[in-house]
Design a protein around this ligand. Structure first.
Ligand code: APR
Length: 253
């Protein structure tokens, strides 16, 4: 593991921070075995998002979309949270307020034990009827042959995820915005920072005075605007940040 040096400014923030936000993307789950979207071996390098992750694609070919989501549900059911997810849980022991804002639909932050998780793009473990809104767990929809239909009204069931061109869930967005606006320390972790409106949150936080730290093995469009860029895998860097924060905050007591 490559040693990463944290700046004096970050050490000072680790010592004094009251409110910490971790904004995550597919990269934090990569070490669990969940494929990311962009990049050479990303999902969108092989498949067309407009066909698989849009209402138009679903209406045109619901079978194809359900086959794909059934595959993703099975892949995600077989993986476990990794050291990166667990470090964010550990941060709750070190800082008074820790909020996770995620673009991921894999439910791994909740499974790791994070207390406050705002899911901007939905959750792959939830499904609902497009006609009457009845909700379904994965067991029910994965047992169906073909496109699952609602027992109550016969309507078509869809995964509770946000597709391209759709609005983000209002409450999750409002809570995420408030958390970003009151953060002392904002970590942007494992995201390519290209999908809006989610990608606007790091700079919203910085404009409100948060110290903005990006964690990614690769630079992104956000890198030049971040206060600090920690280049490497989240599963290595986040536990190291927890160790440093513990030392800095222990020195305070
Ligand atoms: N640790 C940290 N970052 C990593 C790691 C790792 N181990 N491995 C890869 N990354 C980085 C990549 O360098 C890349 O910048 O994670 C990022 C993943 O980017 P994307 O695949 O674009 O995923 P994300 O930013 O979450 O996508 C945003 O787009 O497709 C939609 O709705 C989907 O929520 C998703 C949104």
């Amino acid at each position: 593991m490559k040693m990463i040096r944290l700046s004096k400014r970050l050490m000072l923030r680790l010592k004094s921070a009251e409110s910490v936000v971790a904004f995550t993307g597919a990269g934090i789950s990569a070490e669990s075995g969940v494929p990311t979207f962009r990049g050479a071996d990303g999902i969108w390098a092989k498949m067309r998002p407009e066909e698989l992750a849009s209402m138009a694609g679903f209406l045109k070919n619901p079978d194809l979309v359900w086959q794909w989501y059934a595959h993703r549900k099975r892949v995600i059911a077989d993986v476990e949270p990794n050291a990166g997810h667990r470090a964010l849980v550990d941060m709750e022991r070190l800082f008074p307020h820790v909020t996770v804002i995620t673009q991921n639909i894999d439910n791994l932050h909740r499974r790791a034990g994070s207390s406050i998780v705002h899911e901007l793009h939905g959750n792959i473990e939830r499904n609902y009827c497009m006609k009457c809104g009845t909700t379904y767990a994965n067991e029910a929809v994965l047992a169906a042959a073909g496109v699952p239909l609602c027992d109550a009204c016969g309507g078509t069931i869809r995964p509770d995820v946000v597709w391209f061109g759709e609005m983000l869930p209002e409450e999750e967005w409002d809570r995420s915005l408030r958390a970003a606006q009151s953060a002392d320390l904002f970590f942007s972790i494992g995201t390519s920072s290209v999908v809006y409106p989610a990608a606007s949150l790091p700079l919203t936080a910085k404009m409100q005075g948060a110290y903005l730290v990006e964690i990614n093995p690769e630079p992104t469009p956000l890198t030049g605007r971040a206060d600090e860029f920690l280049q490497g895998p989240a599963g290595d860097i986040l536990p190291m940040i927890c160790t440093c924060a513990e030392q800095e905050r222990r020195a305070m007591t």
